[in-house]
Design a protein around this ligand. Structure first.
Ligand SMILES: Cc1cc2nc3c(=O)[nH]c(=O)nc-3n(C[C@H](O)[C@H](O)[C@H](O)COP(=O)(O)O)c2cc1C
Length: 337
């Protein structure tokens, strides 16, 4: 048997020991579970997002308390308890980031989740100052205002990307969810606005009903491997259209073969949340072991040797990525009775 293949990859200009990273989720909420992910072979971790609404609400609460304390101070017979600003949302995130940076040897990415211009530039800079190696900007929003056209919403996203880009020097990836009418166009404008890469895609969250209480529910469903198909398609397309852009696959990464397929279409890294939530950090070790075995068996010496070799530019049949594949699938699938 030859030498072990080189699993290292470069994402957003950052050299990583391997192609699997732990995406935002419950396992990256605490330093001890992040250490488990690192020990299992995760090449980087992405912290849970600081949500715009959470930051704004908690800042407002802190502000109200401070105002109240000021107003009452002269009447109060005893001093009001000191408010510890470290307890409000953004400060908690920054502290987790600092703790993770101190404890881990792999890169730590911070995450912001918001779609309006707000205090984003400030939080992004605080995350950079706290040591974040890169920033994920998650643009998740449900756009259900019939008077607002897609172009207006996209322009708003682009202005957020632009503002955050101007506030930080570290690499920035933009994480989106699938509903875009013209994603290649948006991705190319987002790149011009300062996105160094994309995380495709954040989960697809819909609406459900609890039939006992007749209430709408919004549980975050865990995925299965079949969900890699959408990231595969768009990574395969963007890898050919936006050379040198950072591409992270998210959604449905459960096995070594999922990782391999995503690398073949051009992903720099594959991110996993559901798989490690179900099976523990060791799932990452299995992904890396399986990938290594396949590379050896097929005489590849490194991950970089195969990355993008099946992207849109290389398949020789662009239809395979586009409408043809859909037409073939829906017209040739046999009826099962
Ligand atoms: C319980 C849970 C919490 C999550 N929290 C975040 C978050 O804070 N920020 C974010 O960008 N994505 C978050 N995600 C989305 C994941 O990072 C990931 O994009 C998504 O789960 C799809 O990947 P998977 O198929 O590996 O689960 C969360 C997912 C789950 C299941």
């Amino acid at each position: 048997m030859g030498n072990a293949p080189d699993l290292s990859t470069t994402y957003l200009g950052i050299k990583l020991s391997g192609p699997v990273i732990a995406s935002s989720g419950p396992m990256t909420r605490q330093v001890d579970t992040m250490l488990e992910l690192q020990a299992a072979g995760a090449a980087a971790v992405v912290l849970p997002s600081l949500f715009q609404e959470e930051a704004e609400a908690e800042e407002m609460q802190a502000y109200d308390l401070a105002e109240m304390a000021d107003g009452f101070a002269e009447f109060a017979s005893a001093p009001l308890p000191e408010m510890d600003l470290a307890d409000v949302g953004p400060a908690r995130h920054i502290q987790l980031l600092k703790d993770a940076k101190e404890a881990l040897s792999i890169p730590v990415f911070a995450s912001l989740n918001g779609t309006n211009l707000g205090g984003w530039s400030r939080y992004a800079r605080e995350m950079q100052d706290a040591g974040a190696d890169a920033l994920e900007l998650n643009l998740y929003s449900v756009n259900a205002d019939p008077s607002e056209a897609a172009g207006v919403i996209e322009d708003r996203y682009l202005s957020v990307i632009d503002a955050v880009r101007k506030a930080i020097d570290i690499p920035m990836a933009v994480k989106v969810w699938p509903p875009f009418s013209a994603f290649s166009n948006f991705a190319s404008r987002a790149r011009s606005a300062g996105a160094d890469g994309f995380v495709l895609f954040s989960g697809v969250y819909g609406t459900d009903i609890d039939l006992d209480t007749l209430k709408l529910t919004s549980a975050v469903p865990l995925t299965q491997s079949d969900r890699i198909r959408l990231p595969m398609r768009w990574i395969g397309i963007l890898d050919a259209q936006l050379p040198k852009v950072g591409l992270a696959a998210s959604s449905g990464v459960h096995t070594w073969s999922d990782v391999l397929k995503l690398l073949l279409v051009g992903a720099d890294v594959a991110c996993t949340t559901s798989a490690v939530l179900r099976g523990g950090a060791g799932v990452i070790t299995s992904m890396l072991d399986g990938l290594r075995d396949w590379l050896i068996e097929h005489d590849y010496v490194s991950v970089t040797q195969l990355q993008g070799s099946m992207n849109l530019a290389h398949v020789g049949d662009p239809g395979a990525y586009e409408r043809d594949a859909y037409i073939k699938t829906v017209t040739s699938t046999p009826v099962i009775v």
